[in-house]
Design a protein around this ligand. Structure first.
Ligand SMILES: Cc1cc2nc3c(=O)[nH]c(=O)nc-3n(C[C@H](O)[C@H](O)[C@H](O)COP(=O)(O)O)c2cc1C
Length: 222
């Protein structure tokens, strides 16, 4: 490892300590544009209560989904990973969206971005998922957590899938095209994962349909 590179554990610790609440670029722009000098905090709508998916949020600060790379090869989740979730919660967010969690088993290192995926494809992961949701609720009982459930679609370096067989530039392998039956199967896998998230104490789920899977899922919903 070079001097200027972080180990994964160091990265997780630094991310947890500094990026307490991350907003997407637009969120930051909105905040800075309307920040007037001496205006009390209560004047900003971002600090007022919000509602999403039928639940009340203490404010409108939403921690955007970020995978912190805390999953080991055997799908166990590192202690540092739980700590990051607790820190984010303590940092004041009204809602935290978890990093993406795979609804199907994926062998380690099949993900293009070269880290293991957080697992939600089997009931045996419910205890560690409970620990993640619990870390957020322990950090602040009023902070909510949604589980982001997904399939990595075209980003799998071994078994890419997509709505079409057109490969995307980062993964050269042609994706297999999903049939209607595959899509139905995928939908059931998402539903099973959502039930696990509920059992583990997450407040809601966010269905993530990235990298070629979104069009398939929305097709099935119509
Ligand atoms: C390290 C890292 C991990 C991320 N993981 C996810 C993820 O698991 N799911 C997701 O939908 N977006 C993920 N994102 C995207 C972020 O949620 C966010 O949309 C993106 O970083 C843009 O916001 P920014 O301009 O504040 O960085 C990730 C981003 C980063 C930098």
């Amino acid at each position: 490892m070079k001097d200027n590179e972080f180990s994964r554990r160091e990265f997780i610790q630094i991310a947890g300590g500094s990026a307490v609440v991350m907003l997407g670029g637009h969120g930051c722009a909105l905040l800075s544009k309307y920040v007037a000098k001496d205006m009390p905090r209560s004047n900003y709508k971002v600090f007022s209560k919000g509602k999403i998916g039928g639940i009340q949020l203490k404010n409108r600060l939403i921690k955007s989904a970020s995978d912190v790379g805390a999953t080991n090869d055997d799908c166990t989740y590192m202690k540092e990973g739980f700590e990051v979730y607790k820190d984010w919660s303590k940092g004041g967010a009204g809602l935290i969206i978890s990093g993406h969690m795979t609804v199907v088993p994926q062998s380690s290192k099949t993900f293009l971005f070269n880290h293991n995926l957080t697992c939600i494809h089997d009931d045996k992961f419910i205890p560690q998922l409970s620990k993640m949701a619990g870390a957020v609720h322990d950090g602040d009982k009023d902070c909510k957590i949604f589980a982001q459930i997904n399939h990595i679609g075209m980003d799998s370096t071994t078994d890419p899938i997509s709505a079409s067989s057109v490969p995307w530039p980062f993964v050269k392998k042609k994706p297999s095209t999903l049939s209607i039956n595959d899509i139905k199967e995928l939908k059931n896998l998402y539903l099973a994962a959502a039930k696990r998230a509920k059992a583990a104490g997450f407040d809601r789920v966010q269905g993530h349909g990235p990298r070629g899977t979104v069009s398939c899922l929305s097709h099935e919903c119509q």
